[in-house]
Structure formats: C-alpha cells, structure tokens
Design a protein around this ligand. Structure first.
Ligand SMILES: Cc1ncc(COP(=O)(O)O)c(C=O)c1O
Length: 424
C-alpha cells in the first residue's frame, strides 16, 4: 500500500490514518454520509501545470483542451476556464455545458463521428474560430452546407486511424476495426474535398487511438507514422498546420509508476516532427487531468466468505465506478488496522460485474470501515447510471481544507416519481 500511495503526492499515512494534504481524511469526512466523491481542484491544477510546463520547455506552439466527456462537472469546467484550458466536446449537451460555464467558444474543439446539423449549427454560431474534427465525407458535406449558409470558413481537422504495427494495434483501445477515425488513405479524400471548398479550411490531422497510455515506445511509433503522413499530404498539396494528438495519457500516478516522463514526451514530439517547425500541436487530455483529482469515499456494508474467498461489499457500485477495460481504481483504508486476509471488493449491486478493484486488497476489513477509492475521476460520473441506486453527491476540498457540496446526489423520491410521469 505504501508503494501505491507513494505515487499520489497528496496522500500519506500518519499513525495509520490516511492523510490528504496533511489532513486526516477521517476528520475531513466526519459528518458526511457515504458514498460520495471528493474533487481535488488543486490536483487538477497541478496535473495541468505539469503537462503545460513540460510541453512549453520544448514545443514552440501548443494548446491543451480538456476532454469534457471524461468528467463534465460544472466546477471542473469553471476551474479549467480559470486555468486557461480549452475544451474538447462531443455533443449538444457538452456545448450547452460550455456555454453555461461562459466558456469562450474560440477555444473549443468539436469532436465525434456523427454530429447533427443542430449540434454543428449551435457550435458554429457561437464560434469565430471553429475547429471541428471530422471523420467522414458525409459530415464534411454537411459542415460545408452549414458554413456556406452562415458565410464562414471553419477549420477542419481530419481524424485518421494510423498505420501501426500489429502488436501495437492489438494493445490499442481504438483499432482498425473500430468505428472511430477513418483510415489514413481514405482520409486524403476528405482533405482534398476540404481544400477545394470555399467554406472549409483543412488545417490539421487528428489522431486518438488509446487511453491510459504510458509508453514512450508507442509514441515514437505513432509520431514516426504521423510525420511521414504529413509528408505524404504535402505531396498532394495539403499543407498541415496543426497536429492534434488527441488524449490518451495515463494519470500522473500511473506515469510515475511506468517511468514515463512528460518532458521526454515533449522531446519526442520535437525530435520526430523536426522537419515541421511551424506546427501547432493540440492535446485533448481527459483521464490524465481528472482521474486522480477524484477520490470516492465508501463504507463497508457487509463481508462474507464463499468458496475460500473473502468478500467485502461497499456502498458504492459499478453504476458510478463504471468497470471499463481501462479502469484503474485502487482502494485503501482510511484507518489502516494491519494486514489482513486477501479480500475482494464488490459494490452493492445485484450484478456480477459490480467489482471495485481487479485485485483483492490485503489490509484488514470489517463492517463499517471507511475506504478511499483512488483514480476514479475519469469516465465515472459522466458515464454513471441510476442502476437501482441514486448517484452519489460530489464535494470539493477547498483551499481552506473544508468540504463543499458541488453536486447533490440524485433525489430518490424524484427517481421514483419520474417513472410514473403522466400515468395518473
Ligand atoms: C477524440 C478524443 N479526444 C480525447 C479523448 C480523451 O481521452 P483520455 O481521457 O484518454 O485522455 C477522447 C476519449 O474518448 C477522445 O475520443
């Protein structure tokens, strides 16, 4: 456990009590009912600054856009705005969230494989510096039609699927068989169409094939491909000004464990794209910024033994801690009572997939113990469901070391009533 928390700079054990920024977590959460999420704005800021500072040491031109889909909580969007982050959005809902946060739309990239006319028009109306990632010819035709009507010329970037080695492809979340992106050869048709249009400005190439990435070797391979691809586009007179490297970086604690250096990442970009010194690089991190800026607090409701295994059931479930292939939740106790029998952790849902961590924990657990779930900020709240339970509230740890409610839990009475709407 010591090993695990050594890569979370804000956590420590003192007298067996978990401390967060030197405050015992027990004291912090004393009067709050579990389960709940705790947002750490300082961590979000640190993560952003670490990335920005590493990139700015090497890259002359770059911009960072927070991937709203990772966690769209209003307070995060307001914090992102204050930090000067752009946004990467994918739907009308996210456009409206950005508008509600009074975001400058000139700093927002619009993504997604099937944007509607309403979504595109709403986005373009707000925006004098529109930047749209496109991955089908049909969509380009639609954007051109809208742009013509509005007498504008939005920037478009084509999301390609690159050619990577078989071994790398196998490890990627987004493969050649995936619905996302378009194969790099076919993408050239999109570039040519946009170049010939009076209402589209093809500025860049976009790539996003994985998440939780922490391998310099992967990026070497990707950047080699991208570099030669840009060269091949120049040969057909498509001048690339922007390279959008998407999101995909693992959270900082994982990067530390895997010896991945953000500075070396920046160095790799500069070295691999050295022929193109004027390129603007765009990044769309979600998980990296927000995963470890969240902790979930949960209580053990029951324990049991079955077929030689020990189980503990906590009061937060897979409807909030969504069990995705790349989930990397870790669980530690608020009060460490010593090593115990390996224990599997499940949530309260009557579903076999409702498992909190892949590995059993090895500390002592008893009913009513409080546990902290780490690395749970990305793709949890934003993908959560009311599967039999209200979704938990979110508190933030403010600068004064106090907790403030920033999103209430679902209202269980309302959940019931919504299902009887218009019946009586
Ligand atoms: C186009 C695009 N950009 C950025 C992201 C954010 O990815 P991550 O959270 O892995 O950084 C995603 C996630 O699905 C995406 O599809």
């Amino acid at each position: 456990m010591k090993n695990l928390i050594s890569s979370f700079s804000y956590l420590d054990y003192k007298d067996n009590l978990l401390n967060l920024d030197n405050i015992p977590v027990n004291d912090l959460v004393k009067n709050i009912e579990t389960p709940f999420f705790l947002y750490l704005p300082q961590r979000f800021k640190q993560n952003y600054l670490a990335l920005k500072n590493s990139l700015s040491k090497r890259l002359p031109k770059f911009q960072i856009f927070y991937a709203v889909k990772a966690n769209y909580l209003g307070k995060i969007l307001l914090d992102a705005k204050k930090l000067g982050l752009g946004l990467e959005i994918m739907s009308l809902f996210e456009i409206l969230l950005a508008r509600r946060a009074k975001y400058s739309f000139n700093n927002i990239i619009f993504n997604g494989p099937a944007k509607t006319e309403l979504e595109l028009t709403t986005y373009l109306k707000e925006n004098s510096n529109a930047r749209i990632n496109v991955e089908s010819l049909n969509e380009l035709v639609l954007i051109e039609r809208i742009a013509k009507k509005m007498e504008i010329k939005p920037k478009v970037t084509v999301r390609i699927h690159p050619n990577l080695s078989k071994e790398t492809e196998k490890r990627m979340l987004i493969k050649k068989s995936s619905k996302l992106g378009i194969d790099y050869e076919r993408a050239k048709k999109l570039f040519s169409f946009a170049k010939d249009s009076d209402f589209l400005e093809p500025v860049g190439v976009h790539v996003h094939v994985g998440t939780n990435l922490s391998s310099h070797e992967f990026f070497n391979e990707l950047f080699d491909f991208m570099n030669s691809y840009i060269e091949s586009l120049r040969k057909i007179d498509i001048q690339i000004k922007e390279v959008n490297l998407g999101g995909g970086l693992a959270p900082p604690n994982v990067l530390i464990r895997e010896n991945f250096s953000l500075y070396r990442f920046a160095e790799q970009i500069v070295t691999k794209f050295e022929n193109y010194k004027d390129l603007l690089f765009l990044f769309e991190p979600g998980r990296y910024l927000i995963a470890d800026s969240f902790i979930a607090l949960t209580k053990i409701l029951q324990t049991k033994k079955s077929w030689g295994r020990k189980w503990a059931f906590v009061d937060i479930g897979a409807n909030s801690l969504v069990p995705l292939r790349y989930s990397i939740y870790s669980v530690i106790p608020l009060f460490f009572k010593g090593k115990g029998q390996y224990c599997n952790l499940g949530g309260p849902l009557c579903l076999p997939v409702d498992i909190i961590t892949k590995e059993a924990v090895d500390f002592m657990v008893e009913n009513d113990d409080l546990l902290a779930v780490l690395n749970c900020g990305a793709y949890t709240l934003s993908m959560s469901e009311q599967f039999g339970y209200p979704r938990p509230p979110v508190y933030e740890l403010n600068e004064k070391g106090k907790l403030k409610l920033i999103k209430p839990s679902d209202d269980i009475e309302r959940m019931v009533e919504e299902n009887f709407s218009n019946l009586e």
